[in-house]
Design a protein around this ligand. Structure first.
Ligand SMILES: [Fe+2]
Length: 430
């Protein structure tokens, strides 16, 4: 996909719809009755398994209590791979299922969206639907998306992200598909389901929210209906992420981040993303590291990169992050926004550059884990010139890149990628 091809439609803004949503503590108990109302009989539940919690048992038990037949696919990997999607499609077809439930974070929701699109096209490979509105059949099976993290927003967005492992095995390709046909039928955001989200994942997912909110706020799409949501999601993240991370059983922090993730996703849904996400996708493609972690490391560098074309917007972000900007120029306030983001990153314990991320750096690490040979051969993040080059090339082909605030070329983006891998955050502080 060529970036130039994607730029053409930008003068025309398009609003992409959201699904119905059930939100708040206890919302998960409505899933069984809502599934029955939607006509579910035999449902494929897609999840990573959420091992270490009883959430899958709890939800599946409730569905069975309400008389639903449940088929379980609990092998969705972080950064879901095409084979996860196609294994689930085979299970769906074998068991003559009529509906889907995804339970988890973005990986489970995204894999489920891809599976629905594939099912609606007689099991064609999910990779055939990369791009914008590639689905030819809008009638795919109904889907309830239940979130157990506060980051993705996939339960309410038209985006899903899949890693294509079928192309050149040495050049893995992680892509975003934006498709109105992939939007879930019902989103369920219950903050009590986030209580089991590990501390480091909570922090990392929170930076996915900050990326989802800040990228549309400065995007070249400049989609006015997204701007209020973007700022409010930044406000909520700045107010609640520390508590959600360090006091995880406290409802206020979890609920604040639940709304932040939901609202931020509604901002980017039509307002676009940028190269925080493109860099994140590239690093996941080559190293299988967590999306939120990648966003967190990329965010300060990309804010600094974009700042010269959007000082006033970053000054607004500073206010949303709680900075007192009275007496500051827009440039000073923008610098203060960046300092506040770095402070938040440090406060919630996120590594400061990619080469600091090792196999024991976070709880659900996938560095060097496979299962494909490529990922087995990638046990650590290299960060040399060749690595920077291949990541930069991936960034430039990403569907999020055209929306970035500043025009992107290989020459301008390469130093940003290099800094994400090897630079010190203190370099960015004025
Ligand atoms: Fe994201």
């Amino acid at each position: 996909m060529k970036v130039e091809e994607l730029l053409k439609p930008f003068p025309i803004k398009e609003f992409h719809p959201f699904p119905r949503a059930m939100m708040g503590p206890g919302a998960w108990e409505l899933v069984g009755p809502e599934a029955l109302k939607l006509g579910f009989r035999t449902v494929l539940v897609m999840t990573s398994g959420l091992r270490g919690s009883d959430t899958v048992e709890k939800i599946v038990g409730s569905l069975k209590y309400h008389g639903l037949e449940v088929v379980l696919y609990d092998q969705v990997e972080s950064n879901p791979k095409d084979y996860n999607v196609m294994d689930a499609v085979a299970l769906y077809q074998e068991n003559k299922c009529d509906s889907f439930i995804s339970l988890g974070g973005g990986s489970s929701h995204d894999a489920c969206k891809g599976a629905r699109i594939s099912v609606a096209h007689d099991g064609r490979s999910v990779n055939e639907f990369e791009g914008f509105n590639k689905s030819e059949n809008p009638k795919n099976p109904p889907h309830i998306a239940i979130s157990t993290t506060a980051g993705t927003g996939s339960e309410t967005s038209w985006a899903y992200v899949i890693t294509d492992t079928t192309t050149n095995p040495d050049q893995p390709h992680k892509y975003v598909a934006f498709d109105d046909a992939s939007v879930a039928t019902l989103a369920v955001d219950d903050p009590t389901l986030y209580y089991d989200c590990p501390i480091d994942y909570t922090a990392q997912c929170g930076f996915d929210v900050l990326a989802h909110a800040s990228e549309p706020y400065v995007s070249r799409l400049n989609f006015q209906p997204s701007l209020g949501n973007a700022l409010h999601a930044i406000r909520l993240t700045a107010a609640h992420l520390r508590e959600a991370t360090w006091n995880p059983q406290e409802l206020a922090g979890r609920e604040g981040m639940m709304y932040a993730q939901y609202i931020a996703a509604q901002a980017f849904n039509s307002g676009g993303l940028g190269i925080i996400h493109s860099i994140s996708h590239a690093v996941s493609a080559f190293y299988d590291t967590h999306h939120g972690l990648n966003n967190a490391i990329a965010l300060p560098r990309v804010w600094a990169f974009n700042m010269p074309v959007a000082y006033q917007r970053f000054a607004d972000i500073a206010v949303a992050m709680g900075v007192d900007t009275h007496g500051m120029t827009a440039v000073q306030a923008a610098d203060a926004a960046l300092a506040a983001a770095i402070r938040l990153l440090r406060d919630v314990g996120i590594p400061e550059k990619f080469t600091d991320v090792k196999q024991d750096t976070y709880s659900k690490n996938r560095l060097g884990k496979g299962p494909t040979a490529f990922y087995e051969r990638s046990p650590e993040i290299i960060g040399d010139a060749r690595d920077v080059d291949r990541l930069t090339s991936h960034v430039l082909g990403d569907a999020c890149t055209p929306g970035n605030a500043k025009e992107c070329t290989f020459e301008t983006v390469r130093p940003v990628v290099d800094h994400c891998l090897n630079g010190d955050l203190d370099d960015l502080l004025a």
